[in-house]
Design a protein. Sequence first.
Length: 160
Amino acid sequence: MGQSDLQDTGTDATDAGTGRADIAAAPEAGQGGEQDWYAADAATFGDRLTAAREAAGMDRRALSRRLGIRLKTLDAWENDLSEPRANRLQMLAGLLNVSIRWLLTGEGDGLTEPKPDTELAASARETLTDLRQVRAEMGRLSDRIGILEKRLRAIVSEAL
């Protein structure tokens, strides 16, 4: 394993224009209008990575050692500050027993929705629902900002 493998920051997969770490939007899944717990509009790559790691019974240090990366790099992936390169993504999927597609989009072979926590207070559920809605709205606004920036660049370049 080379020195560059140990210092893999995984920044290649992030969108340089927006800094967003999500790769693709997935349509809502489920029946009766229910939303898929791990879909792109409900969970991020980092959320899915953390859930898969926990389901595999690994702590962060153990997974980072098995991948040959620094703990700081794994923390960045789980906190959606960066994403792994393709070779590390393939290793992650194999170690965590999920598909690459599921890690990126929440679709395909991966974890099932966690069982509802009956002890979770109603106010906490409402807050989680609000948080998911805000996250989805932020994604839409980020996309809109990108479109407006492109439009502004075109106007400025025409004026010059």
